[in-house]
Design a protein around this ligand. Structure first.
Ligand SMILES: CC(C)(COP(=O)(O)OP(=O)(O)OC[C@H]1O[C@@H](n2cnc3c(N)ncnc32)[C@H](O)[C@@H]1OP(=O)(O)O)[C@@H](O)C(=O)NCCC(=O)NCCS
Length: 157
C-alpha cells in the first residue's frame, strides 16, 4: 500500500477502463488525483504491479469526511481483502478521518459488502441515503447512486 505518484496515472486509468462496473474518466482526472489529491488516494501493488486503487478527496463542505471516488481491485487480485485494506489505509493515514463516504448503485453487491465489512471492522455505524436519482444522469441510462456513510470513526482506529 502506498500513495500514488504522477507516474502511476496511466496505470490507474487503464485499470479503471478495463473494468465494466466503473464510470470511465479521462487520463487527466488520474493525473490530478495522483498529484493534487494524492493525500486521499492509495494504490495496492503485488509483485511490483498496481492491482488496486482507491481514489478520494476531502469534501470542502464536510472536511472530516473522506469521500471515495472510485475503488477497484483487478479481477485476479480480488477476495484477498485488498479493497478493505486500502480503505483502512486511507482512514489510518488520513489525519483525522471521522467518516468514509461513497456513492453506490443498488446493484453493486461487492461494494455494499465492502463498506459493510469496513463498518464492522471499525465498529462504526453505516447509513445509506438517496444521493443521485437515475434522472439526474439524463438519458445515459445510469443507475441511481445512494450515499453510503461509515462513521463516526473513533480516533484510536
Ligand atoms: C468492490 C471491490 C473493490 C472489492 O475488492 P476486494 O479486494 O475483492 O474486496 P475485499 O477482499 O477487501 O472484501 C472486503 C469485504 O467485501 C466483501 N465482498 C467483496 N466482494 C463481494 C461480492 N462480490 N459480494 C458481496 N460481498 C463482497 C467481502 O466479503 C469482504 O467482507 P468480509 O471482510 O466481511 O469477508 C472489487 O470487487 C471491485 O473492484 N469491483 C469492481 C469495481 C467496483 O464495483 N468498485 C466499487 C464501486 S466504486
Amino acid at each position: 500500500m502506498r500513495r500514488p505518484e504522477k507516474q502511476d496515472a496511466q496505470s490507474l486509468w487503464k485499470l479503471v477502463c478495463a473494468d465494466e462496473t466503473l464510470d470511465r474518466n479521462s487520463c487527466y482526472l488520474y493525473l490530478l488525483q495522483t498529484t493534487e489529491f494524492s493525500d486521499s488516494c492509495v494504490v495496492a501493488e503485488l509483485g511490483g504491479e498496481i492491482v488496486g486503487c482507491a481514489t478520494g478527496f476531502r469534501p470542502p463542505k464536510r472536511p472530516r469526511s473522506l469521500f471515495v471516488w472510485q475503488i477497484l481491485v483487478a479481477p485476479n487480485a480480488r477476495g484477498k481483502k485488498l479493497a478493505k485494506r486500502m480503505l483502512s489505509y486511507l482512514v489510518r493515514h488520513g489525519g483525522g478521518v471521522q467518516f468514509v463516504e461513497a456513492t453506490i448503485t443498488p446493484s453493486n453487491a461487492a461494494s455494499r459488502g465492502l463498506f459493510a465489512s469496513l463498518a464492522s471492522q471499525l465498529g462504526a455505524a453505516i447509513e445509506y441515503s438517496p444521493c443521485f436519482e437515475a434522472s439526474d444522469f439524463g438519458a445515459s441510462g445510469h443507475e441511481a447512486e445512494e450515499l453510503v456513510r461509515v462513521g463516526p470513526i473513533s480516533p484510536k482506529e
